[in-house]
Design a protein around this ligand. Structure first.
Ligand SMILES: Nc1ncnc2c1ncn2[C@@H]1O[C@H](COP(=O)(O)OP(=O)(O)OP(=O)(O)O)[C@@H](O)[C@H]1O
Ligand SMILES: [Mg+2]
Length: 253
């Protein structure tokens, strides 16, 4: 049984020139999606890495990560069965070559869950991808978007990791905002590095990085939320156009 994570806290460290982070403490609550933004090389992946490792002053940034207000015990860092953090990486490589449903059933069983939830994972994954996944297909034949959709659904349904880190989902070829909403809806803490306006504005807050430093945290304003709703409309229109074209049909105005 995994511990219940209600809150993740990032305790500020220092940047590349040892200048302290501008924000000393950032609390992220269960079910919340928080963004990380900033130019190339500004330290976004480094911050994600701090969370992944549950840093305790032992990384170049010197940051500390607290879970439910306390420093997690060493076991949580080292024991893979106790791992609190799952990372959705850009490139998925499946080591095992077995049918999708067999893999999911095995994973469910290894987590002490009913093998039947494999069907739910595939069903969810198929809401995120354009081309449905066939449960009897081998894992290695999945497209990039399909594997990512599958992993997202797998994290949401089977894996117990209460914290999910996503480093650049932009080019994943899946319904990205639905993927994020899905993960947050399962009560996870989602940390996402993104410059996609729709994703960045669907977060409640975004951490701004520069030169390896947390320079501020922007709360998504009402005005930004309205812009988000506009982008969402445009996005679903674009998606439907894409689908029309993919199906070989003619677009009508
Ligand atoms: N707080 C820090 N202290 C020391 N070094 C840091 C810190 N933050 C970032 N760095 C270093 O700066 C370099 C760039 O950082 P990082 O890869 O995290 O940037 P990024 O924002 O993810 O860039 P990209 O957008 O290109 O992915 C890395 O070599 C990293 O080790
Ligand atoms: Mg990076």
């Amino acid at each position: 049984m995994k511990m219940k994570v209600l809150k993740l806290t990032i305790k500020g460290g220092v940047d590349k020139d040892r200048v302290p982070d501008a924000v000393e403490e950032i609390d992220v609550n269960r079910g919340e999606i928080i963004g990380i933004v900033g130019p190339t090389g500004s330290g976004k992946s480094t911050l994600i890495g701090d969370i992944e490792q549950l840093a305790h002053g032992d990384t170049p940034s010197g940051r500390r990560i607290l879970i439910n207000d306390v420093e997690p015990e060493a076991q949580l860092r080292t024991d893979p069965r106790k791992k609190l953090v799952a990372q959705l990486s850009q490139n998925m490589h499946f080591l095992a070559d077995m049918p999708v449903d067999e893999f999911l059933r095995m994973h469910a069983k290894s987590r002490g869950k009913d093998a039947g939830i494999a069907d739910r994972v595939i069903e969810l994954a198929n809401t995120l991808t354009g081309e449905p996944i066939n449960p009897s297909n081998p894992l290695t034949t999945l497209s990039g978007g399909q594997s990512r959709a599958l992993m997202t659904a797998d994290i949401a349904v089977i894996s117990d990791s209460p914290i999910v880190l996503i480093d650049e989902i932009e080019n994943a070829g899946i319904k990205k905002h639905e993927a994020l909403r899905l993960l947050a809806g399962e009560g996870k803490i989602v940390v996402v590095v993104t410059h996609d306006p729709m994703l960045a504005l669907m977060t409640s807050r975004r951490i701004v990085m520069k030169n390896g430093r947390i320079i501020k945290v922007i709360c998504t304003s009402e005005e930004e939320h309205r812009v988000y709703l506009d982008i969402e409309r445009i996005d679903s229109w674009l998606m439907s156009l894409r689908e029309t074209i993919r199906q070989g049909e003619v677009v009508v105005a």
